[in-house]
Design a protein around this ligand. Sequence first.
Ligand SMILES: C[S@@+](CC[C@H](N)C(=O)[O-])C[C@H]1O[C@@H](n2cnc3c(N)ncnc32)[C@H](O)[C@@H]1O
Length: 294
Amino acid sequence: MNEREGIASPKRTKEIIDKHRFSFKKSLGQNFLIDQNILAKIVGAADLDATKGALEIGPGIGALTEKLALNAGEVTAVEIDRRLIPILQDVLGPYGNVTIRQADVLKVDLKALFEESFVRSEKVSVVANLPYYVTTPILMKLLEEKLPLENIVVMIQKEVAERMSASPGGKEYGSLSIAVQYYSEPELVCIVPRTVFIPQPNVESAVIRLKVREKPPVELEDEEHFFTLVQASFTQRRKTIANNLRARYFPGEGRERMEQLLQEAEIAPTRRAETVSIEEYARLSGIFLREGLR
Ligand SMILES: C[S@@+](CC[C@H](N)C(=O)[O-])C[C@H]1O[C@@H](n2cnc3c(N)ncnc32)[C@H](O)[C@@H]1O
């Protein structure tokens, strides 16, 4: 192998694909990276060293896995497509610190996987070029399971990255921004053109880093209640928060009580959900719980 090019060059990728007669499956979000600079940016953003572990989701033919093997201590890669396993074993053979697992990451017991895979690592990060059809379920699973993670550095659809990192006040800000920001501090690393993939995806991409929080930014009595209330607030984006919440919590009743509760949380009832901060939603959730509104 040409060490400078690594696996991710158009020529090398084509050689591997031809050798193994591999055909891409669109349904599995298979768009492989063929650009060394983007790979370097992804790995750089994860802040890895030999004392740290890396979990990759969807290694494909191993372009990013190879960089992780060179930059981290223990590396585990979970790939759903059985046809890729012999290819990965072939191309990653020279690296003794990589373990390949064939599985659907959404069905994996991640806590058990972490215990088995990262015995020597002081910290672990997830680093991946994610399959776009399941980006949000994968990220929410990683965050909600409260795994001992340092960073999650992922290539995702640009539009989703913008929603995850949006601040209150804009049209990108919604329940996804709030969920992701409750568990992590997102930062957009770079925008990525379609031309660095084989085959090229239909959408623009971005690399985002989620620095996983040790402690949430707000203290909640009941996380489930908070997220239900946030979802309900965004039911119809054109409506005010008062109208959306009234429809969910007091269907058919007058607006007065709803307005009082919002005012108690220092949220003007005429505001829209997209202007309300995490702190304000947390306050409102506490007030609703006190009133028995579930
Ligand atoms: C966008 S490609 C990235 C491939 C490679 N990491 C790269 O950057 O070139 C996404 C990969 O995720 C795999 N994949 C799709 N769904 C998956 C799932 N539920 N669990 C694990 N891997 C999955 C696909 O087979 C594919 O290899």
